[in-house]
Each structure stands twice: as structure tokens, then as C-alpha cells.
Write a protein that binds this ligand. Structure first.
Ligand SMILES: C[S@@+](CC[C@H](N)C(=O)[O-])C[C@H]1O[C@@H](n2cnc3c(N)ncnc32)[C@H](O)[C@@H]1O
Length: 351
């Protein structure tokens, strides 16, 4: 369908109406037509011309606006396309950079992992060292404290051998001295001679009651201990007995080795046993025989003190004793090397 040129038609109509209006005005002025009729026609034609011109203008305006709108729409569409393209490119670039970053991070992490693991391990070790150091400092203080108490309590008459290491620690020795002074056992037996023989001797002497038999499997150490006992003037209270290790037929069909039974057969009424030998190197559960062997020689009230219970072997020994002899009551004391005290007191109800 052909499109009507509205604007042109409107302009033609307007021009015609304007011309008609002018012609009519001329006719009116010439007096060929009544003034009122003429003016009416002039106004009518004028209005028509005005409306036609206005219509043409509106059409023109609408076309201009449409053209501007279309141009803007096109430009916007182009801009949209451009932006979409740019965004797509940027997104791909960002993804590529992300992948590169991931790879770089993985690489750095792989490179850092071994030193970080090593540093963590070292820090753990340092932490353990610090904790051990703190515990060691506390232990050192407790041992000095116990040693001062011991020296004040016993007033040794000659130089004492060094404590700790092979010898018993001050804390277990102070416990033994206090026990002897307060319970005053008639007979004290110790397995493994040394500094403890002197401490037990001084304590018995001070208590005014009791004597000490120190069993020693090693001839050389028996001699050293006997000499020390004499140096301290304790020979009337302490007897160091050389008792070589000999087979003992205990439970488990194993080859137990303990102090020669001949060395204990005369003992009777033992009230305190300090179990600090034989040395662990002489066999597994080396100290176990002490209780089953010595119990028949003990008084009704008797205490076994087992040193070195920081070692699993000694914990097992103490556990066996308690299991086999439920009449004993056990105390597990915090000590430098760990100590378990097992006591049988007639009238006590075991826990
Ligand atoms: C734990 S020690 C006994 C220590 C003793 N009760 C004391 O407090 O000194 C056990 C055995 O080790 C041996 N012994 C003692 N002193 C020793 C030393 N300085 N070096 C190696 N062995 C030693 C002795 O045969 C002793 O019976």
C-alpha cells in the first residue's frame, strides 16, 4: 500500500487555505460579498491553514523524534554489543589470570610446604624442650629442697656420695628417713647398696631403734658401700651383705635372677624394704622377686618402697605385687624417678 505524504498534503492544504483566505479578504474588501460572511470565510480558511501547517509541523516533529530515537536505539545497541564483547574478553582474561594465579599459588604452596612442615616439627620439639626444661627446673628445686631437709635431719658425719643418677634421689631418701624416724621399724632391708645405706643407717641411729641390711650383688660395690658405712661410723647399724645374683624359681617358668637366698634366710621381722636393685640390666622385671622372697621374713606391718617407677618394668612389678598380695595398699608418689609404696598394716582394709 502506497504511503500518503501527509506532511506535503498538509502543507498544500495549508497553502491553499491561506490563499483562499487572502482571496476572500480581497473579495470582502472589494465589497463583492457581505463583510460578515466574508470575514467568516477568512477566519475559516485561516484556521484551516493554521491547522494544516500545525499538522505538517507535528508530522515533521514526530519524524524528527522518531529519527533521533531510532539513532539512539541503534547507538545503544551498538554500545551494548561493544560492551558485551569487551565484557567477554575481560571475563576470559580474568579467568586466564585466575588460572595463572592458581598455578602460581600451588607452586608457592608446594615450595613452602616442606619448610613449613619442618618449622612446625622444630617448634614442637622446642615446645617439648621448654616443657621438659620447666619440669627439670621444678624437679631440681624439689631435689635441692629434699636434700637440704635430709642433711638437716641426719647431720652426716662425713662426705655423702653424690645422689641421683645411679644413687637414689633426695626425695625418695627423705621419704625413707622420715618413715624410719616415725615408724621405727626393727629391721630394714635394702636391695642395692649405696647412698641409701647411709641414709637408712643415720635414720635408724637417730630413731634409736632398728638395723639395716643392704644386699649388694656386686662384690666391688659391696666393698665400696661397706667402706662408706664405716667412714660414717654406721657399722653398728648397717650391714652390707655381698649377695651375688642366683637363679630363683618364681612364677612364669622364667629364669629369674635375684640375690642369693642364703643371704636373707636369717632375716626376720622386716618392717621396711627399699627395693632399688638389682639393676634393670640384669633381666626383665629384675626387682619382682623382692616381695615374694622377703615377705615370709617380714613383720605383720611392713612397707615395700619401689624406686624408679618411671620405668615400665617397675610399674609392672608393682602391679604384680598388688595383684598377688591384695592385703597391701599402694601409694604412687610423685618423685624424681617415681616411687610406689606398698604397705601392709594389720587392720587396714585394702582399697
Ligand atoms: C640403683 S643402684 C642402687 C643405689 C643405692 N640404693 C643408692 O641409693 O645409692 C643399683 C646397683 O647399681 C650398682 N651401682 C651402685 N653405684 C653404681 C655406680 N656408680 N655405677 C654403676 N653401678 C652402680 C650397685 O650394684 C647397686 O646395687
Amino acid at each position: 500500500m502506497a504511503t500518503v505524504p501527509v506532511r506535503k498534503v498538509a502543507l498544500v492544504v495549508g497553502a491553499a487555505a491561506a490563499a483562499a483566505s487572502l482571496v476572500t479578504l480581497g473579495v470582502v474588501l472589494a465589497g463583492e460579498i457581505a463583510v460578515s460572511q466574508g470575514l467568516l470565510l477568512v477566519v475559516a480558511f485561516g484556521l484551516t491553514a493554521a491547522v494544516a501547517v500545525l499538522g505538517a509541523l507535528v508530522v515533521q516533529l514526530k519524524r524528527s523524534v522518531s529519527a533521533v530515537a531510532a539513532r539512539h536505539t541503534r547507538q545503544l545497541s551498538e554500545l551494548h554489543q561493544t560492551l558485551r564483547g569487551t565484557l567477554a574478553v575481560n571475563a576470559e582474561t580474568a579467568r586466564a589470570q585466575g588460572r595463572a594465579l592458581d598455578a602460581a599459588v600451588d607452586q608457592i604452596a608446594a615450595r613452602l610446604e616442606p619448610p613449613i612442615t619442618a618449622t612446625g616439627k622444630r617448634l614442637d620439639e622446642v615446645g617439648a624442650d621448654v616443657a621438659a626444661g620447666r619440669w627439670d627446673t621444678a624437679q631440681t628445686y624439689w631435689q635441692i629442697e629434699a636434700l637440704l631437709d635430709l642433711r638437716t635431719m641426719l647431720q652426716p658425719r662425713a662426705l655423702m656420695p653424690p645422689l641421683r643418677d645411679w644413687a637414689a634421689s633426695p626425695d625418695v631418701l627423705r621419704w625413707l628417713a622420715e618413715y624410719v624416724l616415725s615408724r621405727r621399724p626393727e629391721l630394714i632391708v635394702e636391695c642395692g647398696s649405696g647412698a641409701s645405706s647411709l641414709v637408712l643407717g643415720y635414720a635408724a641411729q637417730k630413731a634409736g631403734r632398728g638395723r639395716v641390711v643392704a644386699l649388694e650383688h656386686d662384690a666391688a660395690f659391696a666393698e665400696v658401700s661397706a667402706r662408706r658405712v664405716a667412714d660414717h661410723g654406721l657399722q653398728d647399724v648397717v650391714e652390707v651383705r655381698h649377695a651375688p645374683l642366683a637363679p630363683w624359681a618364681g612364677p612364669d617358668e622364667r629364669d629369674w635372677n635375684w640375690y642369693d637366698l642364703d643371704s636373707v634366710k636369717d632375716l626376720d621381722g622386716i618392717g621396711l624394704v627399699f627395693v632399688d636393685g638389682p639393676p634393670a640390666g640384669t633381666g626383665p622385671l629384675a626387682r619382682y622377686p623382692a616381695l615374694p622372697v622377703l615377705l615370709p621374713h617380714c613383720a605383720d606391718e611392713v612397707t615395700f618402697v619401689l624406686d624408679d617407677t618411671i620405668r615400665p618394668d617397675e610399674v609392672e612389678v608393682s602391679g604384680r605385687w598388688l595383684q598377688e598380695r591384695p592385703e597391701f595398699v599402694r601409694q604412687q608418689l610423685r618423685a624424681d624417678k617415681g616411687m610406689h609404696v606398698l604397705t601392709r598394716r594389720p587392720g587396714d582394709t585394702p582399697a
